[in-house]
Write a protein that binds this ligand. Sequence first.
Ligand code: SF4
Length: 194
Amino acid sequence: MKTRIYKILKHTKVEGPGKRYCIWFQGCSRHCEGCWAKATWDFNGGTLYDTKEIVNDILLQKGIEGVTFLGGEPFEQPESLEYIAKEVKKAGLSIICFTGNQIEEIEYKYKNILKYIDILIDGEYQENKKNYSRPWVGSSNQKYHFLTNRYNEEEIKKYKNKIEVNIEKNGMIFINGMGDFEKISEMLNMPQSH
Ligand code: SF4
């Protein structure tokens, strides 16, 4: 099985609790106004990875608390998402997943995947509800759903929104985390990459 991926970060501390392996799926049909991840929209973009190799790579990482799935839209590649989530959960790692869908739609179509997810963060980014006061999310309509006992609402309050700036081997800058990307890009005098 192949999975189309926009970006993988093997270690990040700004996309959920603890140190995490982070996967941005490629492809999103929603096209929300103000989306800062437009580069993830194209279903023919990104890079095709062997899905088993992604899992093997995750399991090789030392000291990670879990995996975070973002996009793009992870549920637009449901077979890959289910396979990776299942294998990661077997290894005792936690799973955070972002989706532009509402949880009711996911429950209806993808119950088989939901059972592996510890926190589902649902709802598309809405520019007119921009709000960075809660961890990892950018607009006030987005909701955290604690689907297992691993995390809870009280516990995640200790996390603040932060960004990381990664300088790639090819000299490109990749910014991740949550914050006002427009302002950050202006400050760094660079085009937005997230
Ligand atoms: S669902 Fe997320 S990735 Fe897709 S367009 Fe909306 S904000 Fe962008």
